[in-house]
Design a protein around this ligand. Structure first.
Ligand SMILES: [Mg+2]
Length: 373
């Protein structure tokens, strides 16, 4: 089998697709979405196309090595998101070629179903409690909520932390202690503010506190994780096994969150999960993206022993994009059974979709200066 064509498409609301065709008629799909830089990432996919055309799509590791190591510059969000989308499409082809879901080629299923969480918010404690209870009533046993909706100063008032703690405490009160609450800080806190926040939520027993600070300075994160008395998660802005090696070695992490569309793809995230396993850390793949990225995540979730929970958005279940949208029942998705990524795109509907120019919204402090997103 040989690769004959590589094409890309931007699809709304902010996603992108890569489509790899073969001379045997098998077509694979991947999602090289880089939020806010979707056009940049698919340009990178197109630059790589000459290295793929004519090659055997079943040599996934070899092609990954060729694209990653063979072009001098490596790593980072653009190159790795393009590579991730391509690699997902190659796995989709290989699974379709053998007539099995991808996880069957990666050691088989470690579980019977895949635990999902939903992100919820609420501008007041009452609204947050009601939103949390609604998620529980839908059958989920976990949710994730934000710690700070706006920019946080490097040192800020007690109110910033108090507001978040009041909302999360109301959620905990509503759902009880037989339910997991994860908290995403989006890297908006400085180490000083993050420690104040982590101390304030100890009694609320969060499943994990995500990106309490940015991952740019791993030593700063290492110092924080040594002091924090809550499980710490990070990884949505880290790329490849090399970045995860450093953060796992230096930081006391409870959870790693590689993104299947940013960290290097399916096999790279399986390897990252294995690195985490050796540090007794759990895997909770980041995925606020589209249905192809979610389908790729589910394949890895199925076959990693240390999988904890899968992020998703309602859009990613694929209504309007997939012939059969993904279904969540009692907070879980059943193991995929279809070949490859286990989904069938509605190609006709997708071909008719307009492009998009989605940009990440900017955050500003009260004085007009730029705040960390
Ligand atoms: Mg996050």
């Amino acid at each position: 089998m040989k690769i004959t064509n590589v094409t890309c498409q931007l699809i709304p609301p902010r996603w992108s697709l890569v489509r790899i065709e073969t001379d045997e008629g098998i077509v694979g799909y991947g999602e090289p979405t880089l939020e806010g830089h979707a056009r940049t990432a698919i340009t990178c996919v197109r630059e790589n196309a000459p290295l793929l055309i004519g090659q055997d799509p079943c040599r996934i590791e070899h092609l990954w090595q060729s694209l990653y190591r063979g072009s001098f510059y490596r790593g980072g969000p653009i190159l790795c998101s393009a590579l991730s989308g391509i690699e997902q499409a190659l796995w989709d082809i290989l699974g379709k070629f053998h007539g099995v879901p991808v996880y069957q080629l990666l050691g088989g299923a470690c579980r019977d179903r895949i635990r999902m969480y939903r992100g919820v918010g609420g501008s007041t404690p009452e609204a947050a409690a009601a939103a949390a209870l609604a998620v529980k009533e839908q059958g989920f046993d976990c949710l994730k909520t934000g710690a700070a909706d706006a920019g946080v100063r490097l040192v800020d008032t007690p109110r910033v932390v108090d507001d978040a703690v009041e909302r999360i405490a109301a959620m905990r009160e509503a759902v009880g202690r037989d339910f997991d609450i994860a908290i995403d800080c989006h890297g908006r806190f400085s180490p000083a503010m993050a420690l104040r926040f982590c101390d304030a939520v100890v009694d609320l027993a969060p499943m994990f506190v995500e990106e309490p600070i940015l991952p740019e300075n791993i030593d700063a994160l290492a110092r924080l994780t040594r002091k924090a008395r809550v499980p710490i998660a990070t990884g949505e802005r880290l790329f490849t096994k090399w970045s995860f090696r450093e953060v796992l070695e230096k930081c006391d992490l409870a959870v790693v969150q590689p993104d299947l569309s940013h960290a290097g793809g399916i096999s790279e995230c399986k390897k990252i999960a294995a690195l985490a396993e050796s540090w007794y850390a759990a895997l909770a793949p980041h995925c606020p993206l589209g249905p192809v990225a979610l389908a790729a995540s589910l394949q890895v979730d199925a076959c990693c022993p240390n999988f904890l929970v899968q992020e998703h958005t309602a859009d990613a279940l694929g209504r309007g994009y997939l012939k059969q949208p993904l279904v969540i029942e009692n907070g879980h998705i059943a193991l995929p059974t279809g070949p490859g990524l286990g989904i069938e795109l509605d190609e006709e509907a997708i071909a008719a979709m307009p492009e998009h120019d989605w940009l990440t919204p900017q955050l500003r402090h009260a004085d007009g200066s730029v705040a960390d997103w």
